[in-house]
Ligand binder design. Sequence first.
Ligand code: GUN
Length: 395
Amino acid sequence: MVVLSRFDCRGINQQNWNPVLNRIHPAAFSALQARRIFPQDERLLASRANQNVEQILRNHDKSFYRGRRPEAAMNNTIESLSNSRTVRGGMAATILDGSKMAAEIRAELAAEVKVLAASGVRPGLAVVLVGHDPASEVYVRGKVKSSQEVGIYSEKHTPPESATTQELLELIADLNRRDEIHGILVQLPLPRHVDAKKILLAVDPAKDVDGFHPMNVGFLSTQRPGLVPCTPAGVMEILKRSAIPVAGQEAVVVGRSDIVGKPIAMLLLNANATVTVCHSKTRNLPGVCRRADILVAAIGRAGMITRDYVKPGATVIDVGMNQVTDRAEFDRLFAGNKKREEIFLTKGATLVGDVHPEVGEVAGAITPVPGGVGPLTIAMLMANTVKAAKIRSQK
Ligand code: GUN
């Protein structure tokens, strides 16, 4: 174990950040080289020179890679680490590019779909969208488009807002019966008069590509194979593809919803992280969050996680998707950000996660919004549909 002296760290902190022109402080370089962390990529090391070196060493412990990580994961890490950016003049976190990872997953799935097609199986997905919730319409459009790209057959069912629980149960029963449909997704939220729990319980667990059925929830919590909720699965995929270690790490999940917070906590626990789940009654929330090596924000409150919640060098996963329409709120989050201001002024709104943009100055790695967890959610829906089709075709 290399232990850096105070002097070494001071030297590192004095580095100006510039991934191309500035070379890393010699003390940091030799310490990192001694651990054989990407010795070939000096540029990468320079780009991280201002960060908490202990955290880098922990995150890139070479024992983690020994014989376990595919080349692709390593390449992703090198590339994303080299893509660091400056935020308000400070040192910036590595951006974990969800759009790029989702494109990779779609390409991998398209290849699998071709193999399945050769054996006469075409994965099929049915999406049920009740009524005309504008956000749901956008999500469903994305899901259908992504299916087409991957080669999955998809069909959209659009019962009216007035549809009853009984009518929806009949639709689900029909989809459960059909052999060419391998995945069923009922877009949430459902209208208030519909018994959503009853609807989700009616979906055949083998076709439950959302992973919301209590049977799949039980499989996840008892580490049995099953269908895992898409957003949580996407979060784990980001960590895996960025070669961010999970086992033995302190993970803090803010938010305890059934569809995001709880399953993310379970997946992190199954991957041997030490997991804390926080909620509205948690005392000293910033203090608890500051313990996290991996901090997952899934609260649904724009920019709530400020820099005070984040340990320097931590990995921050932002699951939030909030529309900011209020000028004062915009200024709290994006003052001085010209590009965002342009979007805000043109559209009257801008999308922001649960994490304040200033966190980019302290975190070691962070998912952007948009372009972070969101694209992975849809990619994992495709992955679940292909998985369900494969399992069914093997029966
Ligand atoms: N509404 C918002 N997110 C989701 C999701 O992941 N699945 C479904 N079915 N509805 C949603």
